[in-house]
Design a protein around this ligand. Structure first.
Ligand code: HDE
Length: 699
């Protein structure tokens, strides 16, 4: 049974009615007939053929045969959780009539599903991809779905291009290779021919595509939406989620290794943290733009390949989302949840963004094939907590027994019910629209490079290095030389230096001069280097130990870090216990061969001469430290433990002669020093130390 904060929300009470427990029950068929043998089919004699009349056998096999439903055409792999949202105050009443955004006494239940986009349902979590961040708010006035991503822009401007884009990025049609990867010819062919993709490609090649945790990534509604207040006045809005733990990413080398060592890395992290009461938290922030300012920007607010820089329009914090309960059944909840951009509540409305408009069609349509009919909103996870009454009838999987003769409006036979509502109903914003029917992309959508340049200019040194390396990796996998050249040519519109560096890595003649001069503007809010780095909460720390370990070091480090919210695990060559220097046993959390340094945020080597000598003679332990160093992770070493650093090839870092020393995230202590723990906390909270010279580390 899942542990969760005992959150007695309307939604949880509603779900309780559908929860089925096996506790104390006897096995039956679907018809409720008791079964006393489910291991042997009914046969004509001990060695004879199975009989058709074995209804239990037939039912069991038939149900099994029909267990699968189609996976989502995109965002197939995901993980979900329940939680609740609360707005800070009533200040938004000026902009919206949405109750859940204006009443701070209300806690609105939610279900969130995080996902990758391109891979199949069984693909690895840590691939280079966009992450979906879809939130269903079960408000008292109906469901509001905020179906966002962890990047604020998109690949295309008009939804009619979505099938083309998805066909290009998915595995190629002849051999279904590569799985969950954009590093192949068809995607980059699409990119070179569609410059509108280039801003998003900068994000995709950045570390944003490799989140350390779902709890350490931002979310974005992407499109410009409208808030509408009680008087019917509208304000443009962009939705942002900002994670409490900061926005942090893995490194590409790390993610590729994790994909093998623990393909469920992000999903497991979400699950484990919720089980342990370390609830992921996000702040909802809004960028608000008055209608009259619609044309004040040098881009079009309706163009989903553009951001509104936060320096121009601040992201105003308005409320808090907490995820505090795991689903009980993956299929019933996480797989069957159906999000739809068109699910809005009074006070929230759409704009004419052509990507948004296409989505309004797609999300409803896709559920019909995926969930097998028009009644998917009756599936427990999808059901609103608001009352549902209408004249929709019948269809596959109808769960309701609709009473009364009149299934039409207006009627007298049911007293006119359900009646048209007199207050609180949804009113579409009365936007005046006047135009010719044409197929034409707006002129205001034509600048594809300025914001890609803005993104590049805003990156720190290490972020730029990672972006160049990502382009080199991806284009290096592209077999068609002209495609590599075409992409470099686009990059030469973004930044000349970027284009030259990428070209040099992939055998393309570097451009001599820039296609477009760099405008020099930047937006500090775009850099992850500027994200908060002040907590070790939910970070995983490996403590390496062998017989003879200084157990006092383990205790001090573990107490300090656990107190600060981190998770400490003692790793040894074998499971069980190791003998401490004072003779006592130390519990081993995991055997080293079952894990790897890529699954941790930091590694600590306690003192103890025998322990360190044993670790130095063990390739796994040496590799563990070398790899953690290579990936820029915090490393702590006490007394004899410092010797293991050298053995692991840790270079260019100064270590303590006496007392404590912290250099580039390597924290060492010799003899007594009280500040070892606090230095270690700072080094881990900093997330990664990319300033290290690490290219020569063979891990
Ligand atoms: Fe989606 N998208 N999308 N998308 N999308 C789906 O709906 C689609 C877009 C996003 O956890 C599908 O139920 C079109 C932008 C998320 O269940 C489908 C276009 C953004 C999820 C679909 C877009 C998203 C989906 C597949 C271009 C970020 C997963 C299964 C016009 C703002 C939701 C499903 C979940 C899922 C269509 C573009 C986010 C086919 C046509 C932009 C988070 O309906």
């Amino acid at each position: 049974m899942a542990h969760h904060a005992d959150h007695d929300s309307d939604k949880q009470r509603q779900l309780d009615r559908d929860r089925v427990s096996p506790e104390g029950a006897e096995l039956t068929t679907d018809q409720g007939i008791k079964v006393d043998d489910t291991d042997n089919s009914l046969a004509a004699g001990e060695r004879g053929p199975t009989l058709m009349e074995d209804f239990h056998f037939r039912e069991k096999i038939t149900h099994f045969d029909h267990e699968r439903i189609p996976e989502r055409v995109v965002h197939a792999r995901g993980a979900g959780a329940y939680g609740h949202f609360r707005v800070y105050d009533d200040a938004l009443a000026e902009y919206t009539s949405a109750e859940f955004l204006t009443d701070p006494s209300l806690s609105t239940p939610v279900f969130v599903r995080f996902s990758t986009v391109g891979g199949s349902r069984g693909s690895a979590d840590t691939v280079r991809d966009v992450r979906g961040f879809a939130t269903k708010f079960y408000t008292r006035h109906g469901n509001f779905d905020l179906v966002g991503n962890n990047m604020p822009v998109f690949f295309i401007q008009d939804g009619i291009k979505f099938p083309d884009f998805v066909h290009a990025v998915k595995p190629e049609p002849h051999n279904e290779i590569p799985q969950a990867s954009s590093a192949h010819d068809t995607l980059w062919d699409f990119v070179q021919l569609q410059p509108e993709t280039i801003h998003m490609m900068m994000w995709l090649m950045s570390d944003r595509a490799l989140p350390r945790s779902f709890a350490m990534m931002q979310g974005f509604g992407v499109h410009t939406f409208r808030l509408v207040n009680a008087e019917g006045r509208a304000t443009f809005v962009k939705f942002h989620w900002k994670p409490k733990l900061g926005t942090h990413s893995l490194e590409w080398d790390e993610t590729q290794k994790i994909a093998g060592k623990d393909p469920d890395f992000n999903r497991r992290d979400l699950w484990d943290n919720i089980e342990a009461g370390r609830f992921p938290e996000y702040e909802l922030c809004l960028q608000l733009v008055p209608e009259e300012d619609e044309h004040k920007f040098d881009f079009d607010l309706l163009d989903a390949t553009k951001i509104i820089p936060e320096e121009e329009v601040p992201a105003r914090p308005v409320g808090r989302l907490v995820l505090d309960r795991n689903p009980e059944n993956f299929f019933a909840e996480t797989e069957q949840v159906a999000f739809h951009l068109g699910n809005v509540v009074p006070g929230i409305d759409f704009t004419n963004d052509p990507l948004l408009q296409a989505r309004l069609f797609s999300y409803l349509d896709t559920q019909l094939i995926r969930l097998g009919g028009p009644n998917f909103s009756q599936i427990p996870v999808n059901r609103p907590v608001a009352e549902v009454r209408n004249h929709h009838r019948d269809g596959y999987h109808q769960m309701a027994i609709h009473q009364a003769r009149a299934a039409y409006h207006p009627n007298t036979l049911s007293g006119g019910c359900p009646a048209l509502s007199e207050n609180g109903s949804y009113h579409h914003y009365q936007e005046k629209v006047d135009g010719n029917k044409i197929r034409k992309r707006s002129e205001s959508f034509q600048d594809h490079y300025s914001q890609a340049t803005l993104f590049w200019n805003s990156m720190s040194g290490w972020e730029k290095e990672h972006i160049v390396a990502a382009f080199r990796f991806e284009l290096g996998k592209v077999e068609t030389m002209s495609i590599r050249e075409g992409v470099v040519d686009h990059l030469n519109h973004v930044d000349h230096d970027l284009a030259v560096q990428v070209a040099e890595g992939v055998g393309v003649e570097p451009p001599k001069v820039s296609n477009t001069p760099n405008h020099g503007r930047s937006s500090p809010a775009l850099s992850q280097a500027n994200a908060p780095r002040d907590t070790v909460e939910a970070r995983k720390i490996a403590i390496l130990a062998a017989d003879g370990v200084a157990s006092a070091d383990i205790t001090t480090v573990r107490d300090t870090l656990t107190e600060a919210g981190a998770i400490c695990e003692v790793l040894a060559v074998k499971d069980g216990t190791v003998r401490a220097v004072d003779g006592g046993p130390v519990e081993v959390t995991r055997a080293m061969p079952t894990v790897a340094s890529v699954l941790y945020d930091a590694v600590v080597i306690p003192g103890g001469a025998d322990s360190v000598r044993a670790l130095m003679g063990d390739g796994l332990a040496v590799h563990f430290v070398a790899e953690a160093f290579k990936h820029g992770k915090a490393i702590g070493a006490a007394d004899e433990g410092i010797d293991l650093l050298e053995r692991a090839g840790v270079v260019g870092v100064s270590v303590a002669d006496e007392g404590c020393r912290a250099d580039q995230g390597v924290v060492t202590r010799r003899g007594a020093a009280d500040d070892f723990g606090t230095h270690l906390i700072d080094a881990i909270a900093a997330h990664r130390h990319f300033e290290r010279q690490k290219d020569a580390v063979p891990a």
